[in-house]
Design a protein around this ligand. Sequence first.
Ligand code: G3P
Ligand code: CA
Length: 268
Amino acid sequence: ASAARAADDGTRPLVVAHRGASAYAPENTLAAVDKAAALGIRWVENDVQRTRDGELVVLHDDNLRRTTDVEEVFPDRAPWKVKDFTAAEIARLDAGSWFGPAYAGARVPTLEQFVHRVELHHQKLLLEIKNPELYPGIERQTLKVLSNEGWLDRRHLANRLVVQSFSADSIRTVHALKPAVKTGFLGTPHVTNLPAYATFADQINPSHRSLSRGYVAAVHTFKGPHGRQLEVFTWTVDDAATAQRVAGYGVDGIITNKPDVVRNAVRR
Ligand code: G3P
Ligand code: CA
């Protein structure tokens, strides 16, 4: 906990551990959050989806095959979609062995468990709502979990939480339901469309592959729904040269699987 506190003084670009420190521990697990904290990384990104019985869980893909042993445990349940399994079934799965034997037995966390761990380390959360078209009402439900966990109080809202999505509709919904929550749009909207995005998004978060110095400067000319300059968090940058290039463009945040590499590249 103290490592994460000590090593991030808020200097930009902020470094965000993508799915946790996912180059070093299985993505979107509590171990990946712990690893980010051990590296002194203050921001953690995750992906949220929903089970058949309505529990929010943290997983990137819309099915369980790549990052769990679901095919062994439930061989008859193809195509192994998250939405077709209950939370109790998912809790039985091993979400760590695929990454390495040291992580055997790691679980798919619920959103609640994930948020607890982020809080324990005094970290900050960049929460992605994944595939919202599969999960009607997931925005309201996500806000409810965050509220139950104390993450919608003023202290957290001010600088500890951003909700992002590739779906503009989804973050527009989050903004409408709870305007105080900061939101991010994942993508690279044409500059002429930025004024519309700025009515409900505080961040425009493009792939580094579609980023230019001019685009960052253009985004920065707009103010978001809270009256502050729109921010740019770019993804997924895992090498020092790219990190230095996008830092030179003036991005506000870099989302990375290797947060130690990026931090060392941009904090010299
Ligand atoms: O946070 C940005 C990044 O996570 C978006 O892509 O596919 O890794 O969720 P993806
Ligand atoms: Ca993500």
